[in-house]
Write a protein that binds this ligand. Sequence first.
Ligand SMILES: [Zn+2]
Length: 207
Amino acid sequence: MDQIKIGKFIASCRKEQGMTQAALAEKLGISDRAVSKWETGKSLPDSGIMLELCDLLKINVNELLSGERIMAESYDRRAEENLLEMKRQVEEKNRQMLRTEYLISFPTVIAGLFMCFVASFVEMPVWVRIALIAFALVMIFAVAFIAVGIEQKAGYYECQKCHDRHIPTYWQTNLAMHIGRTRYMKCPECGKWSWQKKVLSKENAEV
Ligand SMILES: [Zn+2]
């Protein structure tokens, strides 16, 4: 999606409707800075505000995301392209979150193991030994909790029985037995237990 083009389009539609940035912002209950950020292509309107914004600009969401008016005959194709593009962006965001999960957990585990190793083999007072091991464990647990939080929010888990894709609660995720990111959980759809795999998007079709 071309944010600059979308921004220019928002600005021109807003002017067509005879509104200033401030007037549009006020109608939407947001700051003029936010409107200015859209119009300069620095950010996209939140999905929560998009419909209202389109109403005010007398355009539809499909046109907003395309950054131009769309003729009736190419409308369906453009709608599909925009949907796919949004889906791709969501997947990419999820992929990045999962990468972050590795980036924070891997070094923490290595550092923690290294501390335990030092505490076991290097000459030092007993209390330092205990403090070092305790610190390493607390650190590993803290980061593990954060990492599971990231994993839970990035994408979905797929039930192996009915193939429903869903997001479990944080504690359901955290307490589940797991091998890597595949977790043994109960499916909210069919109620069966299975090893649920992490998937990046809600639909089965790959992009
Ligand atoms: Zn199921």
